[in-house]
Write a new protein. Sequence first.
Length: 387
Amino acid sequence: MIDNLKREFFEVFKEESKNVYFAPGRVNLIGEHTDYNGGNVFPAALTIGTYGLISERDDKLFKVYSKNFNEKGIIQFSLDNLKYEKQDDWANYPKGIISEFIKNGHKIEKGLNVYFFGNIPNGAGLSSSASIEVLMGIILKDIYKINIDMISIAKLSQKVENEYIGVNSGIMDQFAVSMGKKDHAILLDTNTLEYRYAPIKLENMSLVISNTNKQRGLQDSKYNKRRSECEEALAILQTKLDIETLGDLSEKEFDENKYLIKDDILVKRAKHAVYENVRTLKAVKALEENNLKEFGKLMYDSHKSLRDDYDVTGVELDTLVDLAKKQKGVIGSRMTGAGFGGCTVSIIKDENIDGFIDSVSKSYKEIIGYDPEFYTVNIGDGAKKIS
């Protein structure tokens, strides 16, 4: 594949690229919508992701091209003007990273030609945007000899998402893309950024991503509204409790104090954040004890909470999880990512994967009206230079 990408780079830019970089997508096994609530998450980097090929320029121009959006052609911008432009579409992600690096005092005086290709399904909720952001970060780090570590790249990438793109996401996606480790998931405390790796031992089982094929954009979704609802609930609880985040609360502490919140919707939003945080710690413990049955149960519990308390699933995701529950060999299943479309993640015995895909695909099309897609995925390393 790399040879093909190099050929395509030459076709687009009429010169050769000797540098190839890769940043993965990610799947979150459990711990959803907790990362901006000071809670724990449990993501893993995938072996699918975004590739970047570059050649250096002698002027201040950046010319970027994505094979995934080839109808947009080459998008060009200058180091003299790095402000967000709606017409630049996907290119605002790498442009935002360049802008943020410069704001943080890193020296970038000349431009690049950059070719992007991602094999993450667009809009699927596997974090293609964070993959592009971190990829651009490691390209800048390498080419301009910038002294910056991977966690700092993750933080700058999150800042771009929040302040430049306008999506109030937490740190999880960028952290997982930056810090992923083969055959391990990351238990990350998003409040302190303390983390540890936990091995994923799925003997004769695999992770299967099921894509609803319902497209959604985070900016256009209710994502930012959910975050503001949690902030509102937190502010009310802080009138009595000495807490910094919803993630500071135990289930018992929340249940004893939820009477302070008079709005039933806000109670449900906060309940999800608190209970999902605790559920994530229980799930990691179950996995480390090789209790996959318990891990699977907690996956289903997570989806139920995201459906009933957080209201971010929708008929497509609920249908995939409901169908998964009925299939032979399925250990657990839940939505992964922001919701409002996107994907589910399931743990399935290898011998049952083909049957699962056939059965769920047929039933989903009968109910929803169009086909889902399925990917059996492996857990890989974080962003890196390939050559």
